[in-house]
Every structure is written in structure tokens, then in C-alpha cells.
Design a protein around this ligand. Structure first.
Ligand SMILES: CC(C)(COP(=O)(O)OP(=O)(O)OC[C@H]1O[C@@H](n2cnc3c(N)ncnc32)[C@H](O)[C@@H]1OP(=O)(O)O)[C@@H](O)C(=O)NCCC(=O)NCCS
Length: 153
């Protein structure tokens, strides 16, 4: 697809990681012909698990704290999932996930279709919550969160 100089700069988030790209297929539609919301939720859960899984311990989803379907998703949309860590707790990590669609016949223009907030918990071999490891990744997330929540001068 050639670049689209006619379009304004896309609104893709520069402060989040691109964690997943996927194209929904006809098998994923609901009775209206749009993509089934449960399919989108499953992809968001997978995308949300990517950053927490960098820590090492096994991580499970404990909560979908917020989930908003802002625009319909259609067959053939090229979906991009962006994520960032919003909170680091003792045993849990909360991430946001934003999903942008490029319509198949309008590539280069991005529409935000979904946003969500999910929490993942580190578990031990018995499935019980365990403290997050204090490693460089956690330290980097804590710094980024502190930067983002500091009052602006
Ligand atoms: C995840 C699980 C191990 C947590 O066990 P638990 O005894 O309820 O754990 P706790 O109450 O100690 O909470 C553990 C962490 O989860 C957080 N948490 C629990 N419920 C939460 C919620 N609704 N929203 C956000 N965070 C939540 C707690 O704040 C705590 O985090 P912190 O230690 O960073 O403060 C257990 O609930 C479980 O196995 N759930 C099923 C997981 C699963 O199968 N997921 C896939 C779904 S198909």
C-alpha cells in the first residue's frame, strides 16, 4: 500500500508498545456481520498479557477492570494492539490496551476501536499469588508510572 500523504498524522500512541497485530476473518463475525465482541475480548486479553509475561513468573488474568467498544470491528480490518503498564502492585500488574483498526480498503488511516484495562497476577506452582520479582523491568515500569503521574510544571 503506498503512503497516504493526504492523511493527518495518525494518532497511534508513541508511549505504548505494539504488542499484537491480527486480522479478523469471516469465522469471527456476529449476527450483525461485525466482528463478535467476545473475539475482540480474547485478543485484548492475549495482547494485555504480553508485557506482564516479560517478568518471568506465570501470570494469570484476574480482572478486566474496564472494556469499551468504541467502534465496530470488521472482517479484514488490520488491528494493532498497543499496551502500557499503568500500575505495579505487590503481586499484580495492571495494563491498558488500545486497539486501532486500519480498514482494509483505507489503509494508513487508524480508527481507535477498543480500549481496556486488565490486571494480571503472578502465581506460584500451586496457583497462589506470589510477589513480583524486583528486577530491571519492574524498576523501569515504576519510573515510567511515576513520570506519567507527576504533576506537570
Ligand atoms: C488470580 C488469583 C490467583 C488471585 O487469587 P486471590 O487469592 O484472589 O488473590 P488476592 O486477593 O491476594 O489478590 C491478588 C492480586 O490481585 C489483585 N486483584 C484481585 N482482584 C482484583 C480486581 N478485581 N481488580 C484488580 N486487581 C485485583 C489484588 O489487588 C492483588 O494485587 P496486589 O498484590 O498487587 O495488590 C485467583 O483469583 C485465580 O486463580 N483466579 C483465576 C485466574 C484465571 O484462571 N484467569 C483466567 C481467566 S479465564
Amino acid at each position: 500500500m503506498p503512503p497516504r500523504p493526504d492523511l493527518p498524522p495518525h494518532p497511534l500512541p508513541a508511549d505504548k508498545d505494539l504488542v499484537l497485530k491480527v486480522i479478523p476473518m469471516p469465522a469471527d463475525v456476529n449476527a450483525n456481520g461485525d466482528i463478535f465482541g467476545g473475539w475482540v475480548m480474547a485478543q485484548v486479553d492475549l495482547a494485555g498479557s504480553v508485557l506482564p509475561s516479560r517478568l518471568g513468573p506465570r501470570m494469570v488474568t484476574v480482572a478486566v477492570n474496564e472494556f469499551i467498544f468504541k467502534q465496530p470491528v470488521r472482517v479484514g480490518d488490520i488491528l494493532s494492539f498497543y499496551s502500557s503498564v499503568q500500575r505495579v502492585g505487590r503481586t499484580s500488574v495492571t495494563v491498558d490496551v488500545e486497539v486501532y483498526a486500519e480498514r482494509f480498503h483505507d489503509q494508513g488511516r487508524f480508527v481507535k476501536v477498543t480500549e481496556a484495562l486488565l490486571t494480571y497476577v503472578a502465581i506460584d506452582s500451586e496457583g497462589k499469588p506470589q510477589a513480583l520479582p524486583e528486577n530491571a523491568q519492574i524498576a523501569a515500569w515504576r519510573q515510567a508510572i511515576a513520570r506519567n503521574t507527576a504533576p506537570k510544571a
